[in-house]
Write a new protein. Structure first.
Length: 104
């Protein structure tokens, strides 16, 4: 990927998220199931609760790739909607990694 520094995370487009998380569906008065869409803040809270690590940059590509892989697994675990994933991942960048992101 041109213009991306060595060790910087790369985020690919993932398939559509499935909103089948426990507690998201409830039965309405007519007996029909209604599926709720989690808010961004709910997703942030879930990512924090499962221990999503921060990435500071300045390390080899193996560490960056391991962090990216962990964040992607966490997105799958909490059923994070695709539209929140980049912004949430950026939240977990700090130090040099966050400075790099702001410059991109």
């Amino acid at each position: 990927m041109a213009g991306v520094p060595l060790g910087a995370p790369a985020f690919g487009q993932q398939g559509a998220a499935v909103f089948d998380q426990p507690g998201a569906a409830f039965v309405g008065q007519q007996g029909a199931a209604v599926v709720g869409h989690p808010s961004y803040l709910e997703m942030m809270g879930q990512m924090q609760r499962i221990g999503t690590p921060f990435f500071e940059g300045g390390v080899g590509p193996e560490v960056a790739d391991e962090w990216r892989s962990r964040v992607e697994r966490n997105f799958q675990s909490v059923r994070c909607p695709v539209e929140y994933q980049v912004e949430l991942a950026v939240h977990y960048l700090s130090g040099d990694a966050h400075l790099w992101w702001r410059a991109v």
